[in-house]
Design a protein around this ligand. Structure first.
Ligand code: HEC
Length: 203
């Protein structure tokens, strides 16, 4: 009987450990599969297979970043943000909506010269009229209105789209400006989509 109890207790305590072990991928294996997938990548693309300092730390700690590491990532990524030279962060919301809708660009079957999109709807609800959206990120409905169209919030949002990790270390949101997916004007247009009172996001 005592043995049974002991076994039961062991099972209870062992369970979370097993679940934890199964949650964690073997990173060496993952790295190898990943590198194999891109073994013909050249130039800029070959470099992209390697994790940068921030990505390494985020992979090491998963969602459990110690405070000191959090601060380090935040400082490094903040320093990477390039704000517009003219100090303006608001572009044209109509162009912003097209960029948010577009998932084109940077794919192996895109024609050369394809303009990159932001594919923002893949993770966010943005305007009320678009019913097809992902929910990995929070809803951005009424984004500017909720923030009282505060110009400082608009700047912060520019920085977040440019480099999500400068606001939220280890974010799963792509670093659009930092990784040269979107250019300055495109990010301004997206900020306008979120902050222009005339944008459908705020209606
Ligand atoms: C792969 C999913 C993904 C994509 C694609 C994505 N985001 Fe995000 N976004 C997130 C997540 C997750 C968050 C929550 C905060 C975090 O973890 O960074 C977020 C947060 C945000 C925020 C801040 C929200 C808040 O309440 O403070 C804004 C603004 C934003 N995203 C805009 C965009 C725009 C604009 C695009 C397209 C250029 C985009 N996102 C594309 C996942 C994504």
């Amino acid at each position: 009987m005592r043995m049974m109890r002991l076994l039961a207790a062991t099972a209870v305590f062992a369970l979370p450990a097993i679940a934890f072990a199964e949650d964690r991928a073997d990173m060496a294996k993952v790295d190898k599969v990943y590198a194999d997938m891109f073994r013909d990548a050249k130039g800029e693309w070959a470099k992209r297979v390697e994790l940068d300092e921030t990505q390494k730390i985020c992979s090491q700690y998963y969602n459990d970043l110690p405070q000191a590491e959090f601060e380090k990532v935040l400082a490094r990524e903040k320093a990477n943000v390039v704000m517009p030279a003219d100090g303006k962060v608001m572009g044209n919301w109509k162009s912003g909506e097209k960029i948010a809708q577009s998932g084109f660009g940077l794919r192996f079957n895109d024609k050369p010269g394809t303009i990159n999109g932001g594919n923002c709807y893949a993770c966010h609800q943005i305007s009320k009229t678009e019913l097809s959206f992902g929910t990995l990120g929070p809803s951005l409905l009424e984004y500017g209105k909720i923030r009282k169209y505060d110009p400082e919030e608009a700047k912060r949002t520019y920085a977040q789209i440019y480099n999500s990790n400068a606001v939220q270390p280890c974010s799963t949101m792509p670093r659009f400006g930092h990784n040269k997916v979107l250019d300055e004007q495109q990010i301004k247009d997206l900020v306008a989509l979120l902050f222009d009172p005339e944008s459908p996001v705020n209606k």
